[in-house]
Write a protein that binds this ligand. Structure first.
Ligand code: G4P
Length: 292
């Protein structure tokens, strides 16, 4: 299947991306790293830190509309404690984005002070947008830079083929120069990426995936499950095995096939779609590590 073949050519592809990012670092002042606010750990390439070492960074906690607000606030404080600014945004509606250029300038305040001392007044801030597929990089760039795509050839020192986008207040965004894959090999990372729809369902059978998701939701967000699928009328639903619970959900939704059996594939797809679409409420699956 397509997904597994992508995993197979991951190492070679990553080497090319690594090279492209290293080359692009010469052209930029900072990195805007886009992650999924529901899974800030799994939705990043673990090599990001070393790849972009030495460049100031701003983290965009995107899809904040789908994430638990308290958890997102905890992530912002966690990053802040580690000297990195993070901004929760929703690139679908644009919420939160008005703060971005101000925060970029704040992230670069030391560099900007040096530019000013050198008389480089009005120098553009150049940032590279990076992130794994599906975190919302294109949505972010499109939201901010509507119709303002800069021509690569017009900018001195910029390699042909690099995609620059000019924002009104002296900010230039460089589109991610290669595909940065997440760490599929880690089981939990793979599951979280699949739950959120970042990778295609082929990686796991959809019923299996739905059962895994039910296992997480049953423990962490039982009230949401009960509310969405009206489970309170089902005695002992919390003790049901995940597959049995999937059947219960299908039955509740009237997803029956001839003979009265539940169409569990349909139930699984419904659960996954509704989770991904935020219908079960704002649910975060990863939290900042506890620090002593
Ligand atoms: P990428 O460039 O990083 O690969 O991601 P892209 O912008 O293509 O976004 C991937 C999916 O995530 C898109 O959904 C996009 O609409 C959605 N998305 C991006 N940002 C946000 C956000 O802040 N909140 C929510 N709820 N969704 C977001 P899609 O299903 O592929 O397309 P469509 O829904 O736009 O039709």
């Amino acid at each position: 299947m397509e997904q597994s073949s992508q995993i197979q050519w991951f190492p070679g592809h990553m080497a090319r991306t690594r090279r492209k990012i290293t080359e692009s670092l010469k052209l930029i002042d900072m990195v805007v790293e886009v992650v999924d606010a529901r899974i800030p750990l799994s939705s990043r390439n673990p090599e990001m830190d070393t790849l972009t070492a030495g460049k100031p960074r701003l983290i965009l906690l995107n899809k904040a509309d789908l994430a638990d607000e308290n958890a997102t606030a905890r992530w912002v404080s966690y990053y802040e404690k580690h000297g990195v600014k993070a901004l929760p945004v929703d690139c679908k509606s644009g919420r939160g984005l008005s703060k971005i250029t101000g925060l970029m300038r704040e992230t670069l305040k030391d560099e900007i002070a040096v530019w000013q001392q050198k008389g480089m007044v009005g120098r553009s801030v150049r940032a590279m947008v990076a992130g794994i597929p599906n975190v919302g990089k294109s949505s972010f760039i499109n939201r901010l830079a509507k119709g303002t795509k800069a021509k690569a050839e017009d900018r001195p020192g910029v390699t042909r083929g690099n995609q620059w986008f000019g924002l009104p207040d002296g900010v230039l965004l460089l589109d991610t120069p290669g595909v940065l894959w997440p760490k599929f090999e880690d089981h939990t990372v793979g599951l979280h990426l699949a739950f959120t729809g970042a990778i295609r369902d082929q990686i796991l059978d959809c019923e299996e995936l739905a059962c895994e998701l039910l296992g997480v939701l049953k423990t962490e967000y039982a009230d949401r499950l009960a509310e969405r699928f009206k489970l309170d009328s089902v005695e002992g639903w919390q003790e049901q095995e995940n597959y049995e619970l999937l059947e219960t959900i299908g039955r509740k939704r009237g997803m029956l096939v001839s003979g009265g059996e539940v169409n569990t594939e349909r139930a699984a797809n419904t659960l996954l779609d509704e989770y991904r679409g935020g219908k079960l409420g704002r649910i975060t699956l990863e939290f900042p590590p506890k620090e002593v």
